[in-house]
Structure formats: C-alpha cells, structure tokens
Design a protein around this ligand. Sequence first.
Ligand code: KG4
Ligand code: ZN
Length: 351
Amino acid sequence: MNRTILAFESSCDETGVAIYRGDEHGNGEVLANEIFSQIDLHRVYGGVVPELAARDHLKRLPVLLYSALEKANLDLSAIDLIAYTAAPGLPGALLTAASFARTLAYGRKIPALPVHHLEGHLLSPLLAAEKPDVPFLAMLLSGGHSQILAVEKIGSYRLLGQTLDDAVGEAFDKTAKLLDLPYPGGREIAKLAEEGDSERYCLPLPMSKKAGLDMSFSGLKTAVRLLIERELAGKNAEDADYRQIRADIAASFQKTVVESLLQKARRAWKECACRDLVLAGGVSANILLRRKIEEEAKKLGKRVFFPALELCGDNALMIAFAASFRARYASCENLAIKTYPRMDLANLPKI
Ligand code: KG4
Ligand code: ZN
C-alpha cells in the first residue's frame, strides 16, 4: 500500500523536511527533500552549539515545510503519515521536530511515527535503483557514531563492532580543528589532502593488532596532534611550507583512517557470509574511502553500496524512507512527545 509520508529531521545541525510516497517494501518516489544547513551559524564557535541549533530548527521547520509542500505540489490534506527523528541526537534539537511533527499530526488527525536517525542513514543507499541483497553488512560512519552491523532483515540489526572512543567523523573534525580548518572538518580535510603526499608521515593504524570489529580513533587523534605540534612548531601561514605540511598531514591522516576502515570491512566480510556491504553516514561521502572500498570489494568478489552523495549527511528523506518500512506501526493515539538522545539501533522493535 502506498502512503505519502511527510518527514522531519532536526537531530543535530541540519533541518530537514521531506515528502516521499512509497510502500512498505522500499518502492516509492521522492516528492521533495528540503535541507537547511546550520554550518554558518556554528562555524564561528568551531562546533555545534546545541541551544543555537534547537532555536534555529524551530525557525526553519515551518519555512521548509511550506517549500517542501510547494515542491511536491501538495497540500497537507494529501499527507497520510508524519515521521520524525526521535533518536539519537542533541536533546533540545530532537524535541523541535518531534513536537512539530506530533502537533501537526494531531491537528490533521493522521498517524505519527518516531524514527531512529541511524536507521535512516543505514537504509539511505536503498533509495537507489540498485539495492543490496538482504542480509547485508553495514558500516555506519557519522559524526557521532561508528558501527558495523549485520542487517539480518530490514528492521533487525545486530551490532558486530563499534568505536570504543571517538566516532570516525569526530576524529576528522578534531584533526581539522588542529589544522586550523573550519568546521565541519571531514570535507575540509579531504579537500586539503588532495594537495598532500599521504606517504610523508607514518601514523599508527588504529586497533590493527586487535581481533574483532571494534574501532578506536583516539590514539590516532593523539598521534596526529603530536605530529602537528612537532611539524608546525613556530610556523605560521606566511611560511612557504606551511600549507604543504598541513596538506601532507591531512593526506596521511585520511589514508590511515581509510586503511583502518578497510581492514574492518575485510574482517566483516570474512566473518559473515554476506556479499553486500552498505556504507552510510556523513563520512561515507569521503571519495578516497569510496574508491578504496570499491576496489577491495571487486578484489574479493563482493559488492558495496553508498547513499547518493547528497544523502550522506543528515536529511529528512532518509527518515521518510525508513518510516515507509514501519508505516503500519504509526499511531494517532500516542500523543506523548518522547525523544531519546541515546538509543541503540540494535534495540529497535523488529518489523
Ligand atoms: O551523518 P552526519 O551528517 O551527521 C551525524 O549524524 O553525525 O555526519 C557528519 C560527519 C562530520 O563529522 C563530518 O566531518 C563528516 O561526517 N564528513 C566527512 C566528509 N563529509 C562529511 N568525513 C570525511 N570525508 C568527507 N568527505
Ligand atoms: Zn546523521
């Protein structure tokens, strides 16, 4: 059964409103996907300021709702279901879309459905025409999470490994800060690394000798901090080699992160019978990572799937899409506005 789903996302620093029409098996069409990024708002502080994020979401949600309806050429009476990100995320930020969505659903007398943000990321590659075969493996690589999961079926996720300290996106962001690059740092590091020599500095490969699929990025972060302190001591932007040293460090750091993720992907493929691997979350936009993991998949006779580049970051379309699989559980009765800043994907109710 096809439903027209209106979805809201506000878990961190992107406000998203999307409209998607589809069934419970992942077939459907995108009618609108509006995103407003708060990057400019937070950049001067070097990272996300939670209170500012929440206040700005409140301002943008109604504006984006109207532009989404206009793009889809629909009015609210055409909406069958309202979905919203309920977990995980910044507490105040999560509450904005949750209360907006629940109130709107109540007013329209239509069901509302809470969605797990990471399920949105994880399923976003399935919006493409070519889809992985279930069961498949998934690497969720974002600013707040780094996890490897076995997707036994849509809605059933088993955690195989996760970071023991920093998330991989966080490691990119913190390294970028040390290199005086603007927030958010992942894209900036990748850009600077294009001019750099990734062989110039040898950084330690995280957890390379430890078995299993857990990850760790804090040791690498410390190593890169010490390297920056040593190589850039007493130097500033006027020095001829200042940019080159920073580019070489960025390239060496990026290469080490990618190598570490490749090692985990190889192990995950070896430990599980699955052929297909899905990469999702903000870091899955990294071009070097995409290229290297595709080469590896080819070598091993495996397949790898990514979200479209514009869907790697936070967006409401992935929330609408995740909601489409769970649509029959949406309810008009439950009026409580509940959000869960921390919640494991593996604990989600099975579909
Ligand atoms: O999934 P996401 O948009 O938000 C969270 O749910 O956390 O991920 C954001 C993270 C940030 O840490 C950002 O620096 C990183 O994704 N990122 C990248 C790239 N683009 C974004 N990291 C590496 N390379 C990129 N091209
Ligand atoms: Zn995210």
